[in-house]
Design a protein around this ligand. Structure first.
Ligand code: ADP
Length: 773
C-alpha cells in the first residue's frame, strides 16, 4: 500500500462525529467467563469474553508434537467480508497490590501480585551452539539450580518484599547487604516507589551489595527507582530510572505519529511498523485509503486491529475486516484509538502465535546511548493460530499474545523450564529457529536496527519533555529508563514493532489458582532469569561510583564517543569488564545488556533529522518549563532563520502558525499542557516540513528537510557568532542546534545553502541510497 502524501493526511477533516465506545474489560478477582460468543459481524455491543475452545484434539502449547516445531501460519484464503468479531473480555482479577495510583495511566502490562521469593541469578549456562550469537558464546538458558530454586520458592511468596526477599539475601553466597560487608560504601538506592519491580530490584541490589532505602531517605540517594513515572517523587539530584514524558511519548497514538513522521521521511527504513491511522481524526482517511487500495487490488483482504490509546494488556482491542466495522456507538472522542494493519502471517512455534518482549535500556538522551538485553521473553497464545476470518476474529487466545489474557486460558502452561510453556525466553526460541536452519544472526541484526530506529523516532519528543522538566543549568537528576519493546516476527522472520512500553512489568512471580477462586503467588523462573539480570545490569551501567572511577582514570573522556562500527550480524561480543578482576563487580555474570548506540551510530545517525528540528523548536520555546511554542517564538524562529521573504510574508507565517496549531489542538489528545494553546513539537515538525517543501521543491522530502535544517542551523550559528562578537550573549541552547555554519556570511540566498547542503549531505545520502538498494 502506497502511503498517501503527508499533506493529504493532515488536511483531512475530522471523523464526522460518530461516537465509538470501546468495550471496557472488567477486572474481577474471579475468573469467570461470560456466556455468548463473539458473533461475527456484530457491531452493536461488546461481546463477552469467550473462553477459546479448549480442546478439539489440539495439543497445548509447549507440548511440541514431533515435526511440528515451527511453521508458517496457516494460509486459508479469507473471503471478503464485512463485520467485526468483538473481543469484549471480562478479565480475571489482576492483583491490585502495587498498582499505580489512579490517574497516572501507566503503560502497565501483565501484572501479577508481588511477593514471592527467588534467588539471585547465577552466571548463565551456555545454550546450544547453534543459537549462539556470534562472538557471544551461547545464548543463555536456565540452570537446573535456578529451576530448582524456583520450585523451592514456590508457595512461599507472600506480600511485597518481605520475608522471602530477606531469606534470599541470607542464602546468597558471599554477599552481604548494603555497605556493611563491602569494601566500599555501597551506592544508595531509594526503592520506596519501586512498586511492582521491587522484588527484582531487591535481588539485584543484594547481588551488587548496594544500599537499599526501602522507605526513602532524608539525605539524597544516588539512584531513585520509580515504578511508574519520573514524577513519582520530587528529585533534584542523582539518577532516576524514568525519563519525564516517556509514558506520553510511547502511548499508541503518539508512537504512531512519531513513526509516521519517520515513515514519511524514510519509508523503507521504517517499514517495520504496521500502517496505522489515528481515530477519530483519521477515520475518513482510513476509509478512503482502504477503499482505494481494495479497488486497485481486489484480491487484498486485509484485517485491521483497533487499539485504544493508552490501553494495555489487550484492553479494548478488537479485530475488524472493514473500516465500517469500527465501533462508533459510544464516544470515540473520549477514548481515541489507533487502527492498524493486522499482521496476518506471524511466525508460529508449536502452531501458536507469540510475540517477543525485549528489554532496552535508554541510558542517556544526550548523548544518545542505547543498550539491548541479550535475552527477552516470548509470550504465547494459547489457541492454535489461524489467519483471521469472520469466524475467528474474536478469539483472543488465538490472536492476542498478551500474557494477562492468555493466563486465563485453560491451555496456559506454567513451566519451570525456560524452553517450554506459554512464556519462554527469547533465546530458547532462537535456539529452535537456529536448529531449523533459520538465520538468527540476521534476525538479531534486524532487531537491533528496529530498536535503534524506534528510539531515534522517540527522542525528539523526549527532549522537549526533558528540557521542560529538567532545564539545563538548573540542578536536577539525570535519567535512564528500561523500555519493553513488543515485537512480532513475521513468518519470513521480519521483526515488526507492535508497541513500546514505558513500564514493562518487572514482576518475577505469577499468580496460580490452587483451587477455584484461591490464588497464590509463585516464582516464575523465566521472568526471574530475564528481569533480574536486566535490572542488575542496568544498575551496573549507571553505577555512579564506576563513573567516578572512570572519570578519575581518564578525566577528559566525558562522553562515549560516537563510534562507527558496522551493525553486527548478531549481538556483539562480550568485552571484559573494564574494571578488571579486582573490581567490585568481579564474580557477577557478564553484562546482559549490550550497547548498540553509539556503537552503530554511523549507520543510523542520518535518520536523526527530527532530532535537529526538535533542537530548533526547543531553542525558540522561550519560557522554561513549557513544551509548546507561542506565536512570538514561531515568528522569531522564522526571522532568525531568515525564512521570510517576498514570497513568504510574516502575515503568511502567522497564518501557517494559526492553521497548524489550531488543527493540532483540536485533535484533543494533548497529554502535556491541557489548556495551553501553543504549538506542540509535532505541529512544529509539520510546519517545518511545509516550509521545507516550499523552499526546496524538487527534492525528496528527507532532502528538503535536511536542507532546511542546515539552512536554519547555519543562520543561527552565524547569529550566535555575531552576538558573541558584539557581546550580546548567546541564547542558551537547550536543545543544541548543531555545529557552526561553514558558509561565509549571513546573507546566503536560499539557493546557495541548498547547493551547499546538497554537497554536504551527498555522502550521507549516498550511504542512504546504498542501504536502500
Ligand atoms: P496492549 O498494550 O493492549 O497489549 P498491543 O499493541 O501490545 O496492545 O497489542 C496487544 C496484542 O495484539 C499484541 O501482543 C499482539 O499479539 C496483538 N497485535 C497488536 N498489534 C498487532 C498487529 N498489528 N498485527 C498482529 N497482531 C497484533
Amino acid at each position: 500500500m502506497a502511503a498517501p502524501p503527508r499533506a493529504l493526511r493532515n488536511g483531512l477533516p475530522g471523523s464526522g462525529g460518530r461516537p465509538c465506545p470501546f468495550p471496557k474489560w472488567r477486572r474481577r478477582r474471579q475468573r469467570v467467563t461470560a456466556a455468548g460468543g463473539g458473533a461475527s459481524g456484530s457491531r452493536a455491543a461488546p461481546l463477552p469474553w469467550q473462553r477459546a475452545g479448549s480442546g478439539g484434539g489440539m495439543e497445548p502449547a509447549g507440548m511440541e508434537p514431533a515435526g511440528m516445531g515451527m511453521e508458517p501460519a496457516g494460509m486459508e484464503p479469507e473471503p471478503a467480508g464485512m463485520g467485526t468479531a468483538g473481543m469484549g473480555v471480562e478479565r480475571a482479577g489482576m492483583g491490585t497490590a502495587g498498582m499505580e495510583p489512579a490517574g497516572t495511566e501507566p503503560a502497565r502490562e501483565a501484572e501479577e501480585p508481588p511477593g514471592s521469593p527467588a534467588l539471585p541469578a547465577e552466571p548463565r549456562q551456555a545454550g546450544p551452539p547453534g543459537a549462539a550469537a556470534p562472538g557471544e558464546g551461547a545464548l543463555p538458558g536456565a540452570s537446573g539450580r535456578e529451576r530448582e530454586r524456583g520450585r523451592r520458592g514456590a508457595g512461599a511468596g507472600q506480600g511485597q518484599g518481605g520475608r522471602a526477599a530477606r531469606g534470599r539475601a541470607r542464602r546468597a553466597p558471599g554477599r552481604r547487604g548494603g555497605d556493611e560487608g563491602g569494601r566500599r560504601p555501597g551506592v544508595t538506592v531509594d526503592s520506596s516507589k519501586a512498586k511492582t519491580s521491587l522484588e527484582a530490584l531487591k535481588i539485584s541490589l543484594r547481588q551488587l551489595r548496594w544500599k537499599e532505602f526501602p522507605f526513602g531517605r532524608r539525605l539524597p540517594c544516588d539512584i531513585y527507582w520509580h515504578g511508574v513515572s519520573f514524577h513519582d517523587n520530587n528529585i533534584f539530584s542523582g539518577q532516576v530510572n524514568k525519563f519525564p514524558g516517556m509514558m506520553e511519548t510511547v502511548r499508541k497514538i503518539t508512537l504512531s505519529r512519531a513513526m509516521r513522521t519517520m515513515q514519511d521521511l524514510f519509508p523503507l527504513e521504517y517499514n517495520f511498523y504496521p500502517r496505522s491511522w489515528i481515530l477519530p481524526e483519521e477515520l475518513p482517511l482510513f476509509v478512503a485509503e482502504v477503499r482505494v487500495m481494495k479497488d486497485s487490488d481486489p484480491s487484498w483482504k486485509p484485517t485491521f486491529i483497533v487499539k485504544p490509546d493508552g490501553g494495555c494488556q489487550g484492553d479494548g482491542i478488537y479485530l475488524i475486516k472493514d473500516p465500517s466495522d469500527i465501533r462508533l456507538t459510544g464516544s470515540i472522542q473520549s477514548r481515541p484509538a489507533v487502527v492498524q494493519e493486522y499482521i496476518c502471517k506471524p511466525l508460529l512455534v508449536d502452531k501458536l502465535k507469540f510475540d517477543i518482549r525485549l528489554y532496552v535500556l535508554l541510558k542517556s538522551l544526550e548523548p544518545l546511548e542505547i543498550y539491548i538485553a541479550k535475552d527477552g521473553l516470548s509470550r504465547f497464545c494459547t489457541e492454535p493460530y489461524q489467519e483471521p476470518t469472520l469466524k475467528n476474529l474474536h478469539q483472543v487466545f488465538m490472536h492476542l499474545t498478551n500474557y494477562s489474557l492468555n493466563i486465563h486460558s485453560e491451555n496456559f502452561i506454567h513451566s519451570d523450564s525456560v524452553n517450554t510453556g506459554s512464556k519462554r525466553t527469547f533465546s530458547s526460541i532462537l535456539c529452535r529457529l537456529s536448529s531449523r536452519g533459520a538465520d538468527v544472526k540476521k534476525l538479531w541484526s534486524d532487531i537491533i536496527s528496529l530498536v535503534i530506529k524506534t528510539i531515534i523516532a522517540l527522542t525528539p519528543e523526549l527532549k522537549v519533555y526533558y528540557q521542560s522538566d529538567i532545564p539545563s543549568g538548573k540542578p536536577g537528576p539525570t535519567c535512564f529508563q528500561i523500555l519493553g519493546f513488543d515485537i512480532l516476527l513475521m513468518k519470513n522472520l521480519k521483526p515488526m514493532l507492535l508497541e513500546v512500553n514505558a513500564n514493562p512489568s518487572m514482576r518475577i512471580e505469577h499468580e496460580q489458582e490452587l483451587s477455584p477462586g484461591v490464588f497464590e503467588n509463585v516464582p516464575s523462573p523465566v521472568d526471574e532469569e530475564v528481569k533480574v539480570a536486566v535490572i542488575r545490569d542496568t544498575l551496573r551501567l549507571v553505577d555512579p561510583q564506576k563513573k567516578k572511577r572512570k572519570d578519575a582514570q581518564c578525566p577528559r573522556l566525558e562522553h562515549v564517543p560516537e563510534s562507527s562500527e558496522s551493525l553486527p550480524d548478531a549481538v556483539p561480543a562480550e568485552r571484559p569488564e573494564p574494571d578488571g578482576p579486582r573490581s567490585p563487580e568481579a564474580g557477577l555474570p557478564s553484562l546482559c545488556l549490550k550497547q548498540v548506540f553509539p556503537k552503530y551510530a554511523k549507520q543510523f545517525s542520518y535518520l536523526r533529522l527530527v532530532d535537529r528540528v526538535a533542537a530548533l523548536f526547543i531553542r525558540f520555546l522561550g519560557v522554561k518549563g513549557t513544551t509548546k511554542l507561542g506565536p512570538t517564538g514561531f515568528r522569531t524562529f522564522i526571522r532568525n532563520c531568515k525564512l521570510s521573504n517576498s514570497n513568504f510574508s510574516m502575515a503568511a507565517v502567522d497564518i501557517l502558525y494559526i492553521d497548524i496549531t489550531r488543527r493540532w489542538n483540536s485533535m484533543g489528545i494533548d497529554h502535556k499542557e491541557s489548556g495551553n494553546t501553543g504549538m506542540c513539537l509535532q505541529a512544529f515538525v509539520e510546519a517545518f516540513f511545509c516550509l521545507a517543501q516550499k523552499k526546496y521543491k524538487s527534492l525528496p522530502l528527507h532532502e528538503q528537510v535536511l536542507s532546511l535544517i542546515e539552512f536554519c542551523e547555519c543562520h543561527l550559528a552565524a547569529l550566535d557568532e555575531k552576538r558573541l562578537l558584539w557581546g550580546w550573549g548567546v541564547p542558551e541552547r537547550r536543545g543544541g542546534t548543531g555545529g557552526p555554519c561553514q558558509a561565509e556570511g549571513l546573507h546566503l540566498s536560499p539557493a546557495a545553502p541548498a547547493l551547499l547542503n546538497r554537497t554536504a549531505t551527498a555522502s550521507k545520502l549516498a550511504d542512504y541510497r546504498t542501504q536502500r538498494n
